[in-house]
Design a protein around this ligand. Structure first.
Ligand SMILES: [Zn+2]
Length: 157
């Protein structure tokens, strides 16, 4: 076995709005600039690369673009009801009701839109988009505030 190398990329950020249902402070609608770093481990290919930074940045851009300037909603939380209403989406969360334009909303298959779940979703999506027999592992690090972040790690292949 040859050695493995991990490359790391500051992949960018997205600005979005969320809330955490039934959380004392975070149930109020608020936003973050979520910053995303990605690490990919693998053996070096014939070019001397684990993965081309340009390609990795492009894949991450495709993923993060979908979240940018959107309202992120959970679809798996029994305390959050999301319904179509004309050209809008009505959201009931506890005793709060919101009405958003449908195009501003991104529904995510999570119980709550937390930094942990975002790291996992981004990692799983990137895993589906990265190909290469030399790739072994990826790490996604998402921060929602300085010093407050989640790290998701999974094997590739
Ligand atoms: Zn938050």
């Amino acid at each position: 076995m040859g050695g493995e190398v991990r490359i790391e990329l500051e992949a960018g950020h997205f600005s979005a709005v969320h809330f955490i249902a039934e959380h004392e402070r975070c149930e109020h609608l608020h936003g973050h600039n979520w910053r995303v770093r990605v690490g990919v481990e693998g053996e070096l290919d014939q070019r001397g690369m684990v993965v081309d930074f340009l390609e990795l940045r492009a894949r991450m851009g495709e993923i993060l673009r979908k979240y940018d300037h959107r309202v992120l909603l959970p679809t798996l939380n029994p305390a959050v009801r999301v319904e179509e209403e004309g050209a809008g989406v009505r959201v009931r969360a506890g005793n709060r009701t919101f009405l958003f334009p449908a195009e501003d909303v991104v529904r995510l298959p999570v119980v709550n839109v937390t930094v942990e779940e975002l790291a996992r979703l981004i990692g799983e999506e990137l895993a589906g988009r990265l190909t290469g027999p030399n790739l072994r592992r990826l790490v996604i690090r998402v921060s929602e505030a300085p010093g407050q972040e989640a790290l998701f790690e999974r094997a590739l292949r």
